[in-house]
Unconditional design. Structure first.
Length: 339
């Protein structure tokens, strides 16, 4: 990509009053009183006059469903955030949209072959529930801008609610398409929980990126980024579980001693780590044929904790019981597979 083409694709910088950004961020990132639009309460189906699926409008105020895809929200013309494709149906729908670049910000291994069979390129740039750094924002922005040269770009995480929305919002601001306030508004349409403050901050603190900085990014992005270090994942799981225990002791709120901990984000991180571990080669080599399945089931149970933490009034007793069950299950697993 030449510098001239990069300049053409990136809009001129917009001046956004800093007070407005900070005020909006405080409102969007509050853990109480600010609820995102609920994608489950009203979802429309994207259909053309001929009955086929169409890309949702960037001005749509509710998420869209399409065959094999959920929670579709456009952040710019031809830049769509949504769920991971559900089997061949999801990839077929993306192909019908004309998508040629799929950017996964989920930790799970993308189905590269399914995309490749339909003429699509997969780019794997995982981000966390707590947000991502400037380097990752640069990578995402270049990946999306390069992809637009070939056709629409699809950005997905697992459910299409939180991480893909945060990534798409940061790209929209970085490319000069949206102000931070506008991008955060799209995140709310996606249903991004205000409890994921780090993701909202990634949009609120984003600024338009100079074309020369985008041009300096190596465009050779990986199809699959998967560190298969099982020991390191276990260390991270232990830390996430410790954080959840501290959060539980604080009544399932952010502990005063650890103001950086976001309850739902810690649960989401642990669920993701368990899901990744269940799909890795280390789990498949265990003599216990159900080890991978056990990890996957644990991931589902922890995801249940995450879901309970995203409601306005958390059920402390139910959360305590769930955490105790997970802790006991971990101890039993360690006795068999680690200790």
């Amino acid at each position: 990509m030449s510098m001239d083409s990069s300049i053409r694709r990136v809009s001129a910088h917009r001046r956004v009053p800093i007070a407005g950004i900070l005020l909006f961020c405080v409102v969007a990132c509050a853990t109480k009183d600010v609820a995102p639009l609920n994608p489950g309460s009203k979802v429309v189906v994207a259909e053309s006059a001929s009955g086929g699926s169409t890309i949702p409008s960037p001005s749509a105020l509710v998420p869209v469903a399409a065959p094999g895809l959920r929670n579709l929200v456009s952040y710019h013309a031809d830049v769509i955030s949504g769920s991971a494709p559900l089997g061949t149906e999801g990839f077929d729908t993306l192909a019908s949209f004309g998508v040629r670049t799929v950017v996964s910000v989920d930790g799970a291994t993308p189905d590269v072959e399914a995309a490749r069979a339909r003429g699509m390129r997969y780019i794997h740039l995982p981000v966390g529930y707590d947000g991502f750094d400037e380097e990752r924002r640069l990578h995402l922005t270049r990946a999306v801008l390069d992809g637009l040269d070939s056709g629409p770009v699809y950005i997905h995480c697992h459910h299409g609610l939180h991480r893909s929305a945060g990534a798409a919002a940061a790209v929209a601001v970085g490319a000069g398409w949206s102000t931070p306030e506008e991008a955060i508004g799209r995140m709310r349409v996606s249903g991004t929980s205000p409890r994921y403050r780090g993701l909202y901050l990634c949009a609120a603190e984003s600024t338009p990126i100079d074309p020369s900085r985008i041009e300096s990014v190596d465009p050779d992005f990986p199809e699959v980024h998967r560190p298969d270090d099982f020991v390191q994942m276990m260390v991270e799981m232990d830390l996430a579980l410790e954080h959840l225990e501290s959060i539980a002791e604080a009544g399932w709120r952010t502990p005063e001693a650890h103001p950086d901990l976001v309850p739902a984000a810690e649960a989401g991180r642990l669920a993701d780590l368990l899901r990744l571990a269940s799909e890795g080669t280390r789990a498949s080599r265990e003599s216990d044929a159900d080890f991978s399945g056990w990890l996957a089931r644990q991931s589902g149970q922890v995801a249940g904790i995450e879901a309970r933490l995203l409601v306005a009034d958390v059920d402390v007793l139910a959360l305590d019981r769930s955490l105790a069950a997970i802790r006991g299950s971990c101890i039993g697993c360690h006795a068999v597979h680690r200790d």
